[in-house]
Design a protein around this ligand. Structure first.
Ligand SMILES: *[C@@H]1O[C@H](CO)[C@@H](O)[C@H](O)[C@H]1NC(C)=O
Length: 136
């Protein structure tokens, strides 16, 4: 039992080292961008949120881009979801960044295209745009 407090202290000490200073390599900066490719002059209204942040509502004109960036958290649970609304489509919601899905496929830059037929995400590894969601 004598070792116990020492072990606890050393675990605490490693935790302090881990969570201060040298965190850049562990908690990566990610940028997400969403491009409106609906065509025909259609505006896209985007509203993105995480558990802690509400990024507010943005209107993006056809050809325009909406982007934001953040650091992934230590627990691997970072999640941003967005509601998309445009003429003829309302209330579609999708995960614009989910650490579990995206930590490999878009480690630093997560790009989305919103098109008439649905939503594409760029796979950072292959460089290909992958079709992800049909409109409901
Ligand atoms: C799209 O948004 C722009 C700028 O907010 C606005 O001037 C334009 O009238 C909108 N277009 C349509 C089709 O609603």
């Amino acid at each position: 039992m004598k070792n116990h407090p020492v072990l606890v202290a050393s675990i605490l000490a490693s935790f302090v080292v881990l969570t201060s200073g040298d965190t850049e390599s562990i908690f990566d900066q990610v940028q997400v961008d969403i491009t409106n490719r609906l065509g025909s002059g259609k505006n896209l209204t985007i509203h993105c949120r995480s558990k802690d942040d509400d990024l507010g509502e943005e209107v993006v004109e056809n050809g325009g881009v909406y982007a934001w960036s953040f650091k992934t958290n230590a627990w691997g649970t970072t999640l941003f979801y967005c509601d998309l609304n445009w003429e003829g489509m309302s209330g579609f919601s999708f995960d614009a960044y989910s650490f579990r899905r995206d930590f490999v496929r878009c480690k630093s830059s997560c790009s989305w295209l919103v098109a008439k037929e649905g939503v594409y995400q760029r796979n950072e590894i292959s460089g290909f745009w992958e079709f992800m969601y049909f409109w409901p």
